[in-house]
Design a protein around this ligand. Structure first.
Ligand SMILES: [Zn+2]
Length: 346
């Protein structure tokens, strides 16, 4: 069920060192159920390693695709962060409902805790507010299912007053950022724009609004949300296509044709890919420039969580840029973006 990894999945070097241990989250909870392994055992067996040569973080074990497919098709078929963008969850009403219904004996307890944490940490300037920042247990991020309910009840009225509009780049706003759009325009001109991965949380609507020709690139997915990801009974991608009327390009079929999209957005996706260099070469056949958003795990908690096979930072992107003879741009700054890093290959 797990394959031992002997070489860096990007540069194939076999020189690496221990980087960090894992923490529990929703995916480790589900994987431990599927694999019938105690969650603590699973979490301690899998480690994050760091490649000496290209700097990529990768796992000592690759969990077989079929278990991830089970998670993404059956256990968590709907991408939680994707569906939350544009949902009504970041609201006083929904917060009240969660606080009222939260109960340690309820089977939905863990989910409610995570939702409460997500709402509170999406409030603008969350980390500077004493009535709020306790919720992540003094960590920069915390997907665990523990919450001080007494404190929540004590603070709930102060918290609900602050629930108005979610901060940019947080769970309920996604990557549809006007500041990011302006930044990209300043860097280069582009007429066509595509995305792959989750159709719900990116810049497709905004790009269309700004007159760009938009596309979605469909890839056969095992390690990511796919056909069973639905909004109101309709597949997420179909739902988005109905709203925005974009063309769907097939990742495979299209790769040898001459048409290239000017700019391709790959947001929080690269870390799901088993063979990253092959994937990146293929992206390069589909698009002229690529903009990547990845977790800024180094300044967060140095954790690359169980559902992510790799962790990306400047060094591995430089390695890729050199191999593909591309230039790298990485100076996007935004106070709400600190949990992420942005890299452009052009
Ligand atoms: Zn490497």
């Amino acid at each position: 069920m797990m394959k031992k990894i002997q070489k860096c999945p990007l540069c194939k070097s076999s020189k690496y060192t221990f980087y960090s241990n894992l923490d529990k989250n929703l995916y480790s909870e589900k994987l431990s159920e599927i694999l019938k392994i105690d969650e603590n055992d699973l979490i301690s067996k899998i480690k994050n390693l760091r490649c000496f040569s290209c700097g990529l973080i990768f796992k000592n074990y690759l969990i077989n695709d079929k278990y991830f497919a089970k998670i993404f098709d059956k256990y968590i078929p709907v991408h939680p962060r994707g569906i939350d963008v544009g949902s009504k969850k970041f609201s006083k009403n929904y917060f009240d409902k969660l606080v009222k219904n939260i109960n340690k004996n309820d089977e939905k307890f863990n989910q409610y805790v995570r939702e409460i944490k997500s709402i509170i940490s999406s409030i603008p300037n969350f980390i500077k507010k004493k009535d709020l920042n306790w919720v992540l247990n003094n960590k920069k991020r915390d997907f665990g299912s523990d919450l001080d309910l007494k404190k929540l009840n004590l603070k709930k009225n102060k918290i609900r007053k602050l629930i108005n509009k979610p901060a940019e780049f947080k769970r309920f706003s996604g990557y549809s950022s006007i500041n990011l759009y302006k930044y990209l325009l300043k860097k280069f001109s582009f007429k066509s724009y595509a995305e792959l991965g989750c159709s719900q949380w990116g810049m497709l609507s905004l790009m269309k609004l700004k007159g760009k020709e938009i596309f979605f690139i469909k890839r056969s997915e095992k390690n990511f949300w796919n056909n069973n990801c639905k909004i109101g009974g309709v597949n997420c991608l179909i739902d988005k296509k109905r709203k925005l009327n974009f063309k769907i390009l097939n990742f495979k079929k299209n790769k040898n044709k001459n048409y290239k999209v000017d700019l391709l957005g790959i947001f929080q996706y690269l870390d799901h890919v088993e063979k990253p260099f092959k994937f990146l070469k293929e992206l390069n056949n589909l698009s002229k420039k690529q903009v990547f958003i990845v977790d800024n795990f180094k300044t967060l908690d140095k954790k690359v969580y169980i559902q992510h096979f790799t962790g990306w930072s400047e060094k591995p992107f430089r390695w890729v840029a050199r191999k593909l003879k591309k230039k790298i741009v990485m100076d996007f700054k935004n106070k709400n973006f600190k949990d992420n890093s942005l890299f452009i290959l052009k």
